[in-house]
Write a protein that binds this ligand. Structure first.
Ligand SMILES: [Zn+2]
Ligand SMILES: [Zn+2]
Length: 412
């Protein structure tokens, strides 16, 4: 199926028609798996919640709800991909087994200054992480556009070596996007036990050592949970017995408004702690988060655009979209976006605050104007470009272009 990008097919005399057709050939409508079900159920329930409880609208604006949804859906994606019979840990407090994604016991590290160490979490490798996070962002955008009745379309690149991750377009507008998304909170998979476990050591029965490795009989029959550590809440997700596990089970869970409120509150509490740099009592939730350091997760893995490597790479990419597509498009239909789940918190001041509103041009656009004061220079209007037409993040946007502000307005 051909993606009919405006420049490639409808802009009659565009300067980069051939190049745009090449780009269009690499794009296809995104194929979104069972995460779609969770995104739809979550946003439907969210709209019902804020309609029913005005206090919730204030407490949980879309800039809280959408990134909370992202982390829940990405945790589900990790679970779907990674959960195995081996690789669990036994936690005597509970008692429960956990299959964590960070290198600690999710339960026992809550509220602790020093996390429990010596545990191996099971995050996927970077390729599947990129795939899961990219698909989740597209699923969220797609549903937000649908709910708002926007006619813009999404297309995803199939060329992993290509310039563009995805495109948002209609007949007169085309935004090229680089995605740098990764979760803040990772919810571990749990399995609640009726009794404490025992081991046999030297012919004697002893209590199984806390946080020792454990194996379960079968993920296809175990009644698993997703564990919201800062609420000590096990969400039942059942055995991995069908293709849409655990998205279907989580969809059913969030369909209940009270459950959704728990997820929103719990996520917001962690996010607020993260924003405060774990000041005071907020520190209790630190070990639930990606990039938290302390040997639980490498600080290189900070969420979203707080990863400074991603700001640096993403910024080159939008400049490249500018010179390769925006500038040669005669009708100036193209926009360049940097997209993430999380707007930088830690890295904002140091890396983006001074860069966010940069404009660029080239000497060839310079114009002589006799009337100009000698302290001024003039450039042709359509030869001046935004570096970022948008830094589009679920926690809040930086908007350089009116159309981008309109398409990515998160208010329901
Ligand atoms: Zn064009
Ligand atoms: Zn524990």
């Amino acid at each position: 199926m051909t993606v009919s990008l405006p420049c490639a097919f409808t802009c009659a005399d565009c300067g980069i028609k051939t190049k745009m057709r090449g780009l269009a050939a690499d794009l296809e409508p995104p194929r979104i798996g069972p995460v779609k079900m969770l995104v739809e159920a979550f946003l439907k329930s969210y709209n019902a919640l804020i309609a029913a409880k005005p206090g919730c609208r204030q407490a949980f604006p879309p800039e809280i709800a959408l990134p909370a949804l992202f982390d829940l859906a990405v945790s589900a994606g990790y679970a779907e991909r990674m959960v195995a019979n081996g690789g669990w840990i036994y936690c005597a407090s509970g008692p429960s087994l956990y299959f964590p994604f960070l290198d600690t016991c999710p339960k026992c590290s809550i509220g602790q200054i020093r996390p429990v160490l010596g545990i191996k979490g099971h995050k996927p490798n970077s390729d599947p992480i990129g795939q899961i996070c990219g698909e989740t962002i597209l699923a969220i955008f797609s549903e937000v556009f649908r709910l708002k009745g926007l006619s813009v379309r999404l297309a995803k690149s199939t060329n992993r070596q290509g310039d563009v991750d995805f495109a948002v377009y209609d007949e007169a507008f085309l935004a090229l996007a680089e995605v740098k998304a990764s979760p803040l909170v990772l919810y571990a998979i749990g399995l609640q036990l009726k009794d404490k476990m025992e081991d046999v050591v030297d012919g004697e029965k002893v209590a199984k050592a806390d946080h020792s490795p454990a194996t379960i009989q079968s993920v296809e029959s175990a009644p698993m949970t997703m564990y919201v550590a800062n609420r000590n809440r096990h969400i039942s997700i059942g055995p991995k017995s069908h293709e849409s596990w655990p998205f279907k089970e989580l969809s059913e869970y969030v369909a209940d408004l009270a459950n959704l409120e728990v997820i929103l509150e719990a996520w917001k509490e962690v996010y607020d702690g993260y924003v405060s740099e774990w000041a005071g009592s907020a520190a209790r939730n630190r070990w639930m988060t990606a990039g938290c350091g302390g040997k639980v997760d490498d600080s290189k893995n900070l969420p979203g655009l707080d990863r400074t490597d991603d700001i640096k790479k993403g910024t080159y990419q939008v400049l490249k979209y500018g010179t390769s597509y925006k500038e040669p498009c005669t009708k100036r239909l193209v926009r360049a976006l940097l997209v993430s789940n999380l707007k930088p918190v830690k890295s904002w001041v140091r890396y983006l605050a001074d860069v966010q509103d940069v404009l660029w041009t080239k000497p060839k656009y310079r114009r002589e104007a006799e009337s100009l004061d000698s302290s001024l220079v003039a450039f042709q209007k359509d030869g001046v470009f935004n570096l970022y037409d948008g830094i589009v993040c679920l926690t809040g946007n930086v908007v350089g272009d009116a159309k981008i502000g309109q398409v990515f307005d998160w208010q329901p």
